[in-house]
Design a binder for this molecule. Structure first.
Ligand code: NAD
Length: 267
């Protein structure tokens, strides 16, 4: 009996921020569709638990540290000799009024959400440039970053550095698309909306406290006007990441794709 092939059968994928939220949902979906994964996260236990559940590989890594970036890429190349897809997803948020943001707040957030995203992308691209095309594809590799609709909408009103970092992610996604197109490496990013994850729980707690609202009120208000009528789940994002990891998107590069229930139409 012929076995059905998954949409990313045999493709090798490194996911950062894989232990929770969007990264974990994407790991589950990609694994179901036949991908081989390295799951990297600051949270060693979380990454290890998920890797065990999925029969994949976990790496404890802080993406702000050069040695950790090298170590997670080494793991992929040691196991498979190649990396087909980077899902450059780890990120953090802080809810604070614009006038109260300190230099330390700014630096902490930017070091994860923009600086690390750039140096992870750079390190992966350096290695991808030296590898043969993905089996069955004309591409050598695919870079996928997690931006946000905040890149276009601004800080709304408590996440000014976060929104700036995500605008930066869109920009460097396009720079990489231009830099590597001739070498057949694509670069795209996803822009989720308001997704039910621990990151939003943290924002809700900070935002609701600042406004004197009960816990959960900021989330309720922020999700009330979503055109498709419900909050976004990490699974809603996983379908897009599967598509961008698969051969179906091989002719796309330099794109920022919204997956947000219609909150931002266009960008
Ligand atoms: N939740 C949303 O509404 C939303 C919307 C748009 C974009 N995003 C983006 O999606 C991405 C994933 O967020 P999420 O909502 O799944 O959050 P999450 O908090 O559930 O997951 C983020 C993961 O990243 C890991 N991480 C944080 N700093 C790290 C570091 N220095 N090194 C390695 N791992 C690190 C955390 O341990 C965690 O497992 C982020 O880039 C976030 O900005 C989220």
């Amino acid at each position: 009996m012929a076995t059905e092939k998954g949409r990313v059968d045999g493709r090798t994928v490194l996911i950062t921020g894989a232990a929770s939220g969007i990264g974990a949902a994407c790991a589950r979906r990609l694994a179901r569709e036949g991908a081989r994964l390295v799951l990297a996260d600051l949270d060693a236990d979380g990454a290890e638990r998920l890797a065990k559940e999925l029969g994949q590989v976990a790496v404890q890594a802080d993406v702000t540290r050069r040695a950790d970036i090298d170590r997670m890429l080494d793991e992929a190349y040691r196991r498979w000799g190649r990396l087909d897809v980077l899902f450059n997803n780890a990120g953090v948020i802080q809810g604070k009024p614009l006038l109260e943001v300190t230099e330390e707040d700014w630096d902490r957030l930017m070091s994860v959400n923009l600086r690390a995203v750039f140096f992870v992308l750079q390190a992966a691209a350096r290695r991808m440039l030296g590898q043969d095309p993905i089996p069955g594809s004309e591409l050598r590799g695919k870079l996928i970053q997690t931006a946000s609709i905040a890149a276009y909408r601004g800080g709304l009103p408590l996440t000014t550095p976060y929104a700036a970092s995500k605008a930066g992610v869109v920009s460097l996604t396009r720079s990489a698309a231009q830099a590597f197109a001739a070498s057949r490496i694509t670069s795209n990013c996803i822009c989720p909306g308001v997704v039910d994850t621990p990151l939003w729980e943290r924002l809700d707690a900070e935002w609701s406290a600042l406004e004197g609202w009960p816990r959960g009120e900021a989330w309720k208000r922020r999700t009330a006007g979503i055109p498709l009528g419900r909050p976004e789940t990490p699974d809603d994002v996983a379908g897009l990441v599967l598509f961008l990891s698969s051969a179906d998107s091989d002719y796309m590069t330099g794109q920022a794709v919204n997956v947000d229930g219609g909150l931002v139409m266009g960008n």
